[in-house]
Ligand binder design. Structure first.
Ligand code: ADP
Length: 337
């Protein structure tokens, strides 16, 4: 079963003329062990969505189930307990300046009711895990942005959550630090088997670490699903715009296959399966949606290792499925001929 289920959640801020609908009938599911991205323009409702997953924001309607527990119906005290199994990382770290790194992590354990000896041990362990053992005694003012975020992540992990939520955790960080924090998310995800739900507006982040994503626009989920599917066979203009075709250079000596697929994404499984079979690097995937003969169609590009002759069987397979396929070989300069 999914570890997070959001069903028909709506949320409006304010009332009358000033009312803003931040979430409009949002439903999505996150499978255990996934890194799930929430993607969209500023104001799309991403932050409100992630804040409803641990009920920092209470939805007007709909339900939120995390780890089998329906949060929307819990009493305040039961909700406080449930939240201990949902870690959250914030854009601006939200650390207590008056406490050391160790102290910030211990505080989370204190709130979770861990006794003092276990608190010390567990906080040290988790600071080691995030690569900050040597800075346990430092105050936030003595730490860089990336180090502060590592404390934020350690604090979120302290009470052994099943789920980690990240609200733009890397937006305040430089590109290099961003990469190291993302690697940390990936490590945590793999080593602890933790499900991660993260918000970002950087598509490189999504391509780099997410397994699945939900694409939000004006408070609505436009599309949700596996990343390979969303990128290779977008079912919406938004997905095609977010992951454009041709923003990566094909590697020399590979086979580049341009495929035209139907607008309704009926061809999605075939193309996604091919991408999976060849463990395609999603950073190379992209698609465009265009109007062909009055109906909407998409064009996607796959890059397979080996020469076109070596990939003849895969190409035949696609043609057998009725897909319009163009095959090129990438030359040493990364050009396509
Ligand atoms: P995103 O994270 O995608 O930028 P948000 O979830 O922050 O989007 O916001 C979605 C919409 O809801 C925006 O129009 C925003 O102004 C509005 N909004 C969010 N939080 C509040 C709030 N506490 N009070 C009033 N409006 C809000």
């Amino acid at each position: 079963p999914p570890v997070i289920t959001v069903s028909h959640v709506s949320k409006t801020f304010g009332s009358g003329d000033a009312a803003v609908t931040a979430l409009d009938d949002v439903s999505l599911q996150v499978a255990p062990g996934e890194i799930f991205g929430v993607v969209g323009q500023s104001g799309a409702g991403k932050s409100t969505l992630i804040r409803t997953v641990n009920l920092l924001e209470r939805p007007d309607t709909g339900s939120v189930i995390v780890d089998g527990q329906e949060l929307t119906t819990l009493s305040d005290s039961a909700l406080r307990r449930a939240r201990q199994h949902i870690g959250m990382v914030f854009q601006h770290f939200n650390l207590l300046e008056s406490r050391t790194a160790q102290g910030n992590v211990e505080l989370a354990l204190e709130l979770a009711g861990t006794d003092s000896r276990d608190r010390k041990r567990r906080a040290s362990e988790i600071l080691d895990l995030v690569g900050l053992g040597a800075k346990a005694g430092s105050f936030p003012s003595q730490l860089s942005g990336g180090q502060k975020q590592r404390v934020g992540i350690a604090r979120a992990l302290a009470a052994e959550p099943r789920v980690l939520l990240s609200d733009e955790a890397t937006s305040a960080l430089d590109p290099e630090t961003t990469r190291s924090i993302l690697e940390l998310f990936k490590t945590i995800n793999e080593q602890l088997g933790l499900t991660v739900m993260l918000i970002t507006h950087e598509m490189d982040v999504v391509k780099g670490i997410c397994d699945s994503a939900a694409l939000l626009e004006h408070g609505r989920v436009v599309e949700t699903g596996g990343l390979v599917e969303l990128i290779s066979t977008p079912g919406s203009r938004l997905a095609a715009d977010l992951f454009p075709l041709g923003d990566a250079t094909p590697a020399p000596g590979t086979t580049v296959i341009d495929i035209t697929f139907s607008g309704g994404s009926a061809d999605r499984p075939v193309i996604a399966q091919l991408a999976r079979d060849h463990s395609l690097d999603v950073s190379i995937l992209g698609a465009v949606i265009e109007s062909i003969g009055g109906s909407q169609a998409g064009r996607t590009r796959l890059e397979l290792p080996g020469t076109p002759a070596q990939n003849a069987a895969a190409v035949d397979d696609l043609r057998d499925q009725g897909l319009l396929v163009e095959v090129h070989s990438a030359d040493a300069a990364g050009g396509v001929s």
